[in-house]
Design a protein around this ligand. Structure first.
Ligand code: ADP
Ligand code: MG
Length: 153
């Protein structure tokens, strides 16, 4: 494992990571969540959104593709693009507000929305590891690098 890898032995570890990263986020940010079905992306996203103040209102975007939350000073968006066959389908969703300043954006299956999504500050790769999960962090911007750095402190 590299310094950008982390073991998540149980569900609580995935939840704790979501809470922790949410707390490190200064304002907005775009995070892509990669990984097979069952790898822990939604578990992470729910914990992250709850910690941002969405509380028990967190819904699943499995069918709606995108859920948005007004958090007062910023807005959060949770996308699950598993059911998208072609990024062109996303035009109907009107995703322009994802790029608004201060928006917090979490995207499951981002590879299915290529070209229609704002660029990621951080990409997190989830995978099965024995009975648990593991993640690898791949930052793309200074903001993303600060998040990964913050996790290590
Ligand atoms: P995805 O959104 O990637 O398809 P989910 O977040 O829905 O995956 O998770 C699928 C299952 O994995 C859930 O039942 C969840 O409880 C479990 N899970 C999440 N994180 C872990 C972990 N670190 N270890 C073991 N099970 C986990
Ligand atoms: Mg999911």
């Amino acid at each position: 494992m590299t310094m950008h890898d982390r073991l998540l032995p149980d569900e609580e570890a995935t939840t704790a990571l979501g809470r922790r990263l949410a707390g490190l986020l200064p304002g907005g940010g775009v995070i892509y969540l990669h990984g097979d079905l069952g790898a822990g992306k939604t578990t992470f996203a729910r914990a992250f959104l709850r910690a941002l103040g969405v509380g028990e209102r967190v819904k699943s975007p499995t069918y709606s593709l995108v859920e948005g939350y007004d958090l007062g000073e910023r807005r959060a968006f949770h996308l699950d693009l598993y059911r998208i066959a072609d990024p062109g389908e996303l035009e109907w969703l009107g995703l322009d507000n994802l790029a608004e300043p201060g928006a917090v954006v979490l995207v499951e299956w981002p590879e299915r929305g290529r070209g229609a999504l704002p660029r990621a500050d951080l990409e997190i790769h989830f995978r099965h590891e024995d009975a648990g999960r593991a993640v690898r962090f791949e930052p793309f911007t200074d903001a993303g690098r600060r998040l990964v750095q913050g996790l290590a402190e």
